[in-house]
Write a protein that binds this ligand. Structure first.
Ligand code: SF4
Length: 425
């Protein structure tokens, strides 16, 4: 007999939007529909509980959890320089346990920001950031700019739910009350929907942002390197920025792909701060994975630093580059890795991936995640927001509670990390 249940106000952790208005219908232990889910989320929800992996594997062979934990403990005990990496598919409890374990091991902990917005975090540490929530954007933003970001591909409901489509408190006509601008190196899906698309070469974002900083103050830049067409676009953009009542720039991690990327983001953050001399203006990062913002927040709360933290001396030290996971692996400075979700390792440089093939790996993965490099120990863990409650941080750092939708046999990463922690006393 069918056993159908419907759960409302479900949060989705597939991307940093963490939309929490989904309606999920469950039949006999499987999700059969997810209303309001975008195409990325719907496929993800429908896939849950479709893969039956062993809870624990050592060298690819199923074993009991206790043996796998003992094997993982022996790897970590013999390691002189362990690395804990990932955390953006976890939640606050798992992230906190991972920090505690890194401290206990005297190892290094880094997050998926290493392959994304790490340079942005460095920039905001240098110059601060003018921030607001997505709720403020929804209610107030009459100028919305996406810079090096194509949310219709990467964050499909961002425009519909937060930035462009919704009717806001001070924007009762929704889309008609807002101006959408896209600045990018090529025409994108989002650019096709924009009122204005300004093309800037991906190697010239710093120049463009620095030029805008002059133009908004009605000053001509003295050292011009940009083509005339780009200058004309920037003049138009500067006047839109000055004229709006509430402006927001959402910038993607592609903005951090240039040389000296933290300088590019620094220029953007300075620009938005200076615009507040004339109007209200803010900048926010487009975060990719569900709880990468939570990983920043928990690491900062626990160690004082948002990523790339090392405990070898017994206290937290922060140094991007020196303690960034891909760079440490490339230099051969890691002799064991504990992944708390390894999906972004596909973006590591080749030398880092080669290094992973030479050292033991312990991987805590969701049932559907295949590791890029075969781990010595794999423990399949429950999915937060599907099998476990928890707290995920939306891209604007607003905490969103996650619900349980389905039963599972898998433990949470928090339970595994706390178990490992206890084995170290
Ligand atoms: S936009 Fe992101 S958070 Fe929202 S439903 Fe789609 S994948 Fe999930």
């Amino acid at each position: 007999m069918a056993n159908i249940a419907t759960i409302t106000n479900v949060a989705c952790t597939v991307c940093g939007c963490v939309c929490d208005d989904l309606k999920v219908t469950i039949d006999s232990g499987r999700i059969i529909s997810a209303e309001k889910a975008c195409h990325l989320a719907e496929a993800w929800f429908l896939r849950q509980n479709s893969i039956d992996r062993p809870i624990a594997e050592v060298h690819g062979i199923a074993t009991d959890l206790s043996s796998a934990l003992a094997h993982a403990t022996s790897i970590l005990k013999s390691s002189r320089s362990p690395l804990i990496y990932g955390l953006s598919r976890s939640t606050t409890d798992g992230q906190r346990a991972a920090v505690a374990l890194a401290e206990r091991l005297g190892g290094t902990i880094d997050t998926t920001a290493a392959t994304g917005h790490a340079p942005s975090l460095m920039a905001l540490q240098m110059v601060g950031e003018s921030t607001c929530t997505l709720g403020e954007v929804k209610n107030r933003a009459d100028l919305v700019i996406y810079w090096s970001s194509d949310p219709l591909e990467t964050h499909p409901r961002h425009l519909e739910r937060y930035s462009i489509e919704p009717e806001g408190l001070f924007l009762p006509n929704g889309r008609a009350d807002r101006t959408l601008v896209v600045v990018d190196s090529e025409q994108t899906r989002t650019a096709a929907e924009a009122d204005h698309f300004f093309e800037v070469d991906s190697t010239q974002n710093w120049e463009a942002l620095t030029t805008l900083r002059s133009l908004i103050h009605d000053k001509e830049p003295t050292n011009r390197t940009l083509p005339d067409a780009v200058m004309a676009s920037l003049r138009k953009l500067a006047s839109l920025m000055r004229a709006c009542k509430f402006g927001i720039v959402f910038f993607g991690s592609r903005l951090t792909r240039e040389a000296q990327p933290h300088r590019t983001v620094e220029a953007l953050l300075r620009l938005t701060s200076e615009l507040n001399q004339y109007t209200r203006f803010y900048a926010r990062r487009m975060r990719r994975l569900g709880d990468v913002a939570g990983a920043d927040s928990v690491l900062t709360w626990q160690t004082g630093y948002p990523f790339a933290v090392n405990f070898a001396t017994g206290y937290p030290r922060y140094n991007p580059g020196e303690f960034s996971a891909p760079a440490m692996l490339e230099r051969g400075e890691v002799d064991a890795v504990l992944f708390v979700g390894s999906e972004t390792t596909t973006e590591f440089p080749d030398a880092a991936i080669e290094a992973l093939q030479r050292i033991p790996i312990i991987a805590l993965e969701s049932p559907s995640t295949e590791s890029l490099v075969a781990p010595e120990v794999r423990i399949t863990t429950a999915v937060y927001g599907v099998h476990r409650t928890g707290t995920a941080y939306r891209m604007d750092e607003v905490p969103i509670p996650l619900k349980v939708l389905l039963p599972t046999k898998y433990p949470s990463d928090s339970e595994i990390l706390n178990d490992l922690l206890q084995r170290f006393g």
